[in-house]
Design a protein around this ligand. Structure first.
Ligand SMILES: [Zn+2]
Ligand SMILES: [Zn+2]
Length: 78
């Protein structure tokens, strides 16, 4: 009495390539382009520093802090 188990189906990649987040340092994968688009909003929110006085936005927190001084009057010598 011999039982032959047929295992070993070839591993095939699932249909539809995963969508990879293009942000450097992230690389999150999503199977739906929709989900990736949603996720991208996270990055645009994180990367921009917006002045809540005038609405100007900066890529670096540093730049925003320097800019804020123009509103608070702590302007360093120029
Ligand atoms: Zn990402
Ligand atoms: Zn401002």
């Amino acid at each position: 009495m011999t039982l032959v188990h047929r295992k070993g189906r070839p591993q095939v990649c699932p249909k539809g390539r995963p969508q990879v987040c293009p942000q450097p340092g992230c690389g999150k994968r999503f199977y739906l382009a929709n989900h990736l688009r949603r996720h991208l909003g996270v990055h645009s929110g994180v990367r921009e520093f917006t002045c809540d006085t005038c609405g100007k936005s900066f890529k670096r927190k540093n730049h925003l802090e320097v800019h804020r001084r123009t509103h608070t009057g702590e302007t360093p010598l120029q």
